[in-house]
Unconditional design. Structure first.
Length: 222
């Protein structure tokens, strides 16, 4: 588990967290951050994927705005993180995601998983980039704005039924537009339910979603 540097197609250099499995990798997975950066939670996701046998890399997709941006989840930190959203550029982000994908070459088939902002990025990558064999999207509030472009690989969605920022009409539009996707709504779960550092953490939903994600990548990455 270590910090590395990636170089995007436009020459931009960004940081990333790399987690290696103990043995030969069973595939590679790009992990895309929440708005809080490649913080301890996102690094832990990579580490858990490595424990499951995957080479995992989390590109710091906010480095183009503020290098090594990381926050926690206090109200002040959440407010600071939300200030990054108007500065975010999806097109440039996908260049960084592609660099992470390329870094995983040789690990086997490549998947992508993202949370919050990253959940939307994961779908954007699945629909706009080549080279992904599966994409898992956790509570991506902008996916409904991206569904005009169908995915190029199998996709899986996770939403919290109590997510006040992503109402049912949002995710039901996604369900209707991507009928072949694996789609899960977790009763009693709110936004960020998978993150054990947030007040919205819901342990049963998180455990179920994580197992479904591992099962999904087990099928799609082989």
């Amino acid at each position: 588990m270590t910090d590395i540097t990636l170089t995007a197609a436009d020459g931009f250099e960004l940081g990333a967290w790399l987690a290696e499995p103990a043995g030969a990798p069973r595939g590679g997975i790009v992990v895309v951050q929440e708005i809080f950066g490649v913080n301890s939670h996102i690094r832990s996701i990579c580490d858990r994927l490595a424990e499951a046998g995957y080479r995992a890399v989390a590109p710091a997709v906010f480095d183009r705005i503020e290098p090594d941006f990381q926050t926690g989840y206090t109200p002040d930190e959440v407010a600071r993180a939300r200030g990054m959203i108007p500065l975010f550029d999806m097109g440039k982000c996908l260049l960084d995601v592609a660099a992470a994908r390329d870094h995983l070459a040789g690990a086997g088939k490549t998947g992508i998983v993202g949370f919050c902002l990253g959940g939307s990025v994961a779908y954007a990558a699945a629909s706009q980039l080549e080279g992904f064999a599966g994409a898992s999207s956790f509570y991506g509030g902008m996916v409904n704005k991206l569904i005009a472009q169908p995915p190029r690989c199998p996709v899986q969605f996770h939403y919290g039924a109590e997510d006040t920022g992503i109402p049912p009409e949002n995710y039901e539009a996604v369900r209707a537009a991507v009928p072949g996707a694996e789609f899960h709504v977790y009763e009693g779960a709110g936004h960020g339910f998978n993150c054990d550092q947030r007040a919205s953490y819901d342990a049963p939903s998180a455990a179920l979603a994580w197992q479904r994600t591992l099962d999904f990548f087990g099928r799609t990455l082989g």
